[in-house]
Design a protein around this ligand. Sequence first.
Ligand code: PAF
Length: 284
Amino acid sequence: MRIIRSATAMTAWSRKLQREGVVIGLVPTMGALHDGHRSLIRKARLSCDAVVVSLFVNPAQFGPKEDFARYPRPFKADAALCREEGVDVLFAPSHEAVYPPGFQTTVSAGALARRWEGARRPGHFDGVATVVAKLFGLVTPQVAFFGQKDFQQSVLVQRLVEDLNLGVRVVVCPTVRGEDGLALSSRNRYLTPAQRRSAPVLHEALQAGRTAILRGIRFGAQIDRAMQKVIQTDPKLRLDYLAVCDPETLEPLPRVTKTAVLLGAVRLGRLRLIDNLIVRLGGK
Ligand code: PAF
């Protein structure tokens, strides 16, 4: 596995492969890799000739009071996981490689960034959209792999690709969960043992929402209440939001008549957990 740190070396490598007709798959990450990332890499490995994992803790998507400085950076373990999974290139650019002196052009995410995570983390999705556009420009993948865990991000990236004609196929892969249902996340390592026991309640709440829909409840407000009741069973959890939404626009659905996405976020100590479930009417 090659480790590339500079923009020039990255573009030289990818342009050469493109000329040879090699299909490049990109798995963009901020490191602290876990089995969720592993599943993205495996998916990329299966459908692409060459796999690039990018590892860049992007300051532009952190708010001033967020954990940019404390974000875990276990580089050796991340590189070992990539090696184990047969990654061709680990692209771990320096700050200057992504944001060189003079850098000033950014992407402004649109309406999809207004609600939910975007409302709680102003500027977050502009930062994500900008760095994803940069990574696509540097790596020039034909395919890029994102986790459904960050549902709003995945919808927004698909919009970005379409709006800016970036020519990358975006593949959204299912959330990987612990046995108790907790969605894997790099930040789960911050949970204390007691918090870790409470964390799966978010998934349980979303499941209660899904059960309500599958039992015929259609009003968004009623489904919200069914989910909220589950969160209230654990005093350690502070509800941030739970919502029944249109999976394309992310707008709340007053009534469920077709596929919906249940979005949820809670606070647990200093941490925020997010998760989601897609509910297909008449399907799984
Ligand atoms: O999901 C993430 O890890 C990040 O938001 C991403 C897509 C790598 C952009 O920094």
